[in-house]
Design a binder for this molecule. Structure first.
Ligand code: ADP
Length: 265
C-alpha cells in the first residue's frame, strides 16, 4: 500500500533517524535492548539495499540513571553532566552490540550548538559524516551533554536531528517519538485526538492544533518537532513523525501499514 510515508522512504537514499528518550527507554527506565536489536535488523536491511543512514540517539541520561541509580535525585548540574558521560558509554555500547550481528560498525559524534555556528567545524563534521557513511559505518549523533551548559546547548534532539539532516544534505528526516504523529491535540490528554496524516504548511498546522505538555524524559515536546520540520522543509527535506515503539516500525512505515505524519516539502 503506497502512501506518502512509504513513498518518502522508498525515494530517500540518505535518511537521518532520531529516537527520543521515551522510545529508547523501557517501562523500567532502562535502555530497551530488544528495541535496539529490532531496529538494527530493519536498519541493516535498508543499508543492504543501498540506503545511507545517520542516527541521532537520545538516551544518555536514561542509560546513566540505570547505571548510577543512586544519583537519581542529584540536582547539581555537574552530577547531571557526569551522569550523561557515564550513560553515553552505556548507550553506545548497547547500539554497538545491536548492530554487531549485521557486521555494521558504529561511530559516535557528540555535538554542541557552537559546532553548527562555526564554518570550520561545520565543514569538518560534514566531511566526517560523508567519510563514515561512504565507508559503510553508521554515525550516531548526540548532543555533548557533558560539556553543554544551558548557554551553549542545542537543548533538544529534534533540533539537533534537523540541523544534522541539513548538514549532511539528507533526503529525509524521521523522528521516532512515543506518539503516532502530530494530532490536533495532545493524544495523552485527549483520547479523541485525531492524527494528522500530512502537513504541507507548518504555519497552518501550528494554528490548527493544540500543543500539550510532554512527559518526564522527553525534552522538546511536539513544538520542537514542528520547528524541526520547518527547518528541514526550508531546505526541501521532508520529515516523518512516527511512533518508534510500534512493531518493526521502519518496515511497517515502508509498507504503508503503520500510520504517521508526513511533513511534505
Ligand atoms: P520525544 O522524547 O520522543 O522526543 P517528547 O515527549 O519530547 O517526545 O514529545 C512528544 C510528546 O508531545 C507526546 O508524548 C505528546 O504527549 C506531546 N504532545 C503535545 N501536544 C501534542 C500534539 N498536538 N500532537 C502530538 N503530541 C503532542
Amino acid at each position: 500500500m503506497e502512501n506518502s510515508i512509504s513513498g518518502l522512504i522508498a525515494r530517500a537514499r540518505k535518511i537521518v533517524i532520531k529516537f527520543g528518550s521515551n522510545t529508547l527507554a523501557d517501562g523500567n527506565g532502562r535502555i530497551n535492548l530488544s528495541f535496539l536489536e529490532e531496529f538494527a535488523a530493519q536498519a541493516a536491511a535498508l543499508i543492504r539495499e543501498g540506503k545511507q543512514l545517520v542516527l541521532v540517539s537520545s538516551g544518555a541520561q536514561v542509560a546513566g540513571l540505570s547505571t548510577m541509580g543512586k544519583w537519581a535525585r542529584k540536582q547539581d548540574l555537574h552530577y547531571k553532566q557526569a551522569l550523561c558521560a557515564v550513560g553515553q558509554v552505556e548507550l553506545m555500547g548497547a547500539w554497538g552490540r545491536a548492530f554487531e550481528p549485521w557486521g555494521i560498525h558504529i561511530a559516535q559524534i557528540l555535538l554542541t550548538r557552537d559546532d553548527f555556528g562555526d564554518p570550520i567545524r561545520t565543514l569538518n563534521m560534514r566531511n566526517t559524516l560523508f567519510t563514515l557513511v561512504d565507508e559503510r559505518i553508521l554515525p550516531i549523533i548526540n548532543e555533548n551533554d557533558s560539556v553543554s551548559v544551558e548557554e551553549i546547548k542545542i537543548g533538544d534532539n529534534d533540533t539537533l536531528a534537523a540541523q544534522s539532516a541539513v548538514l549532511w544534505s539528507a533526503d529525509l528526516l524521521v523522528l521516532f517519538s512515543d506518539i503516532d504523529g502530530l494530532y490536533n491535540k495532545n493524544p495523552k490528554e485527549f483520547p479523541d485526538a485525531e492524527l494528522v496524516d500530512e502537513v504541507r504548511d507548518i504555519t497552518a498546522a501550528r494554528a490548527s492544533i493544540r500543543i500539550g505538555g510532554s512527559n518526564s524524559f522527553g525534552t522538546g515536546g511536539i513544538a520542537t518537532k514542528l520547528d524541526a520540520a520547518e527547518q528541514v522543509l526550508s531546505y526541501g527535506i521532508p520529515m516523518i513523525l512516527a511512533h518508534g515503539g510500534r512493531p518493526r516500525v521502519l518496515e511497517a512505515l515502508r509498507e504503508g501499514t503503520q500510520r504517521g505524519t508526513a511533513f511534505l516539502a
